[in-house]
Write a protein that binds this ligand. Structure first.
Ligand SMILES: NC(=O)C1=CN([C@@H]2O[C@H](COP(=O)(O)OP(=O)(O)OC[C@H]3O[C@@H](n4cnc5c(N)ncnc54)[C@H](OP(=O)(O)O)[C@@H]3O)[C@@H](O)[C@H]2O)C=CC1
Ligand SMILES: O=C(O)[C@@H]1CCC=N1
Length: 263
C-alpha cells in the first residue's frame, strides 16, 4: 500500500480523489476513518480500501487528515505501529512540527497545508519538511501535491499566513460567488441563470489570472471602463469596506491557525 489517509473527511477525500484522477491506482490508497459508514461510502465511490490504523501504519506514506484536535490521539495510537521508514504527512491546520515530531521521535514528518481544489487537480499546497525528513521525503510529498495541483516549499513560520490565503481561501471565493448569485437574484434573474453567470465568470477570471501573465490589478483595470458600470460597482464595494474586510479575514484566519496550536 502506497498511501494511507487517516481521516477520510472532506480534505482526505479531495486528496485521494485527486490522486486517483492523476493516475494512482485506487488499490494503492488505504483509508482509516472513525465512521464505518464513511469508509464504505469512499470504498464504493473511489475503489479505495478501508483498513485499520495498524495496517495503515505500514503504508509508504501516512497522511494524517483528521481535525487538528484529533491529531495527538492519532499520533499516540500510531507511534508503536509505524513501520520503519514510513513517512508521516500531517495536513492539520495549526499543529506544529514540534508537536508532531515530539509524538513520533525519529520519524520523518512533513507538514502540508493543501486546499480543496486538489479534488479537481488544481490545488495549492504549502510544504514544510520536518527535521528528520530527507530530500527524498520532501520530493515524495512534493510529487503527491504536484499531482493534484501546485506546491510551494516554505518555512513553518509562514504556514499560518499561507493557510489564510490558499488553505482557507477557496471558502472566501465560494462566499463571494454565493453573494454575487444572491445579488443577481435580487436584480430579477432566476437562481439558475445567476448561478451559471457567476460560476462561468469565476472560471473565466481564474483562467485569466493563471494564463494572461497579468496581475490581478491590471486585469481589474482592464474591466473598469472610465465612468462605466464596473467603476460604479467597485465604488460600492469600497464604500462597504470590502477590501478592509478581506485584510481582516486573512488576519483572523492566520491568528486562528496560530491559536489552534496554542502558540
Ligand atoms: N477542508 C479543507 O479544505 C482543508 C482541511 N485541512 C485540514 O484537514 C484536516 C481535516 O479537515 P476536514 O477534512 O475539513 O475535516 P473532516 O471532519 O471532514 O474530516 C476528518 C475526518 O476524520 C475522521 N476521524 C476523526 N477521528 C479519527 C480517528 N481517530 N481516526 C480516523 N479518522 C478519524 C472524522 O470522523 P468524524 O467526523 O466521525 O469525527 C472525519 O471523517 C484538518 O486537520 C484540517 O485542518 C487542510 C487544508 C484544507
Ligand atoms: O477551516 C479549516 O480549519 C481548514 C483548514 C484550512 C481550510 N480548512
Amino acid at each position: 500500500m502506497k498511501i494511507a489517509v487517516v481521516g477520510a473527511g472532506a480534505m482526505g477525500e479531495a486528496l485521494l480523489a485527486g490522486w486517483i484522477a492523476a493516475g494512482t491506482a485506487p488499490a494503492d490508497i488505504a483509508i482509516v476513518d472513525a465512521s464505518e459508514q464513511r469508509v464504505t461510502e469512499l470504498e464504493e465511490r473511489h475503489g479505495v480500501v478501508g483498513v485499520d490504523l495498524a495496517a495503515a501504519a505500514h503504508a509508504e506514506t501516512v497522511v494524517l487528515a483528521v481535525k487538528p484536535y484529533q491529531i495527538v490521539g492519532v499520533l499516540n495510537d500510531l507511534r508503536d505501529e509505524l513501520a520503519d521508514g514510513t513517512l508521516v504527512v500531517s495536513i492539520a491546520a495549526g499543529v506544529p512540527l514540534e508537536v508532531l515530531e515530539g509524538a513520533l521521535p525519529g520519524v520523518a514528518v512533513v507538514r502540508v497545508m493543501p486546499n480543496a481544489p486538489a479534488l479537481v487537480g488544481k490545488g495549492m499546497a504549502g510544504i514544510v519538511p520536518g527535521a528528520s525528513a530527507t530530500g527524498e521525503h520532501t520530493a515524495t510529498v512534493t510529487g503527491l501535491m504536484d499531482a493534484v495541483g501546485r506546491s510551494l516549499i516554505t518555512d513553518e513560520a509562514h504556514l499560518d499566513a499561507l493557510t489564510a490565503l490558499s488553505g482557507s481561501g477557496p471558502a472566501y471565493l465560494f462566499y463571494v460567488a454565493e453573494a454575487m448569485i444572491e445579488g443577481g437574484v435580487h436584480q430579477g434573474l432566476s437562481r439558475a441563470e445567476a448561478t451559471e453567470l457567476v460560476n462561468q465568470t469565476f472560471v473565466g477570471s481564474a483562467a485569466m489570472l493563471a494564463e494572461s501573465g497579468r496581475t490581478a490589478t491590471a486585469l481589474r483595470e482592464m474591466v473598469t471602463s472610465p465612468e462605466g458600470t464596473t467603476a460604479a460597482a467597485l465604488r460600492a464595494l469600497d464604500d462597504h469596506g470590502v477590501r478592509a474586510a478581506f485584510l481582516d479575514a486573512v488576519e483572523q484566519c492566520r491568528l486562528r491557525s496560530r491559536r489552534m496550536a496554542g502558540r
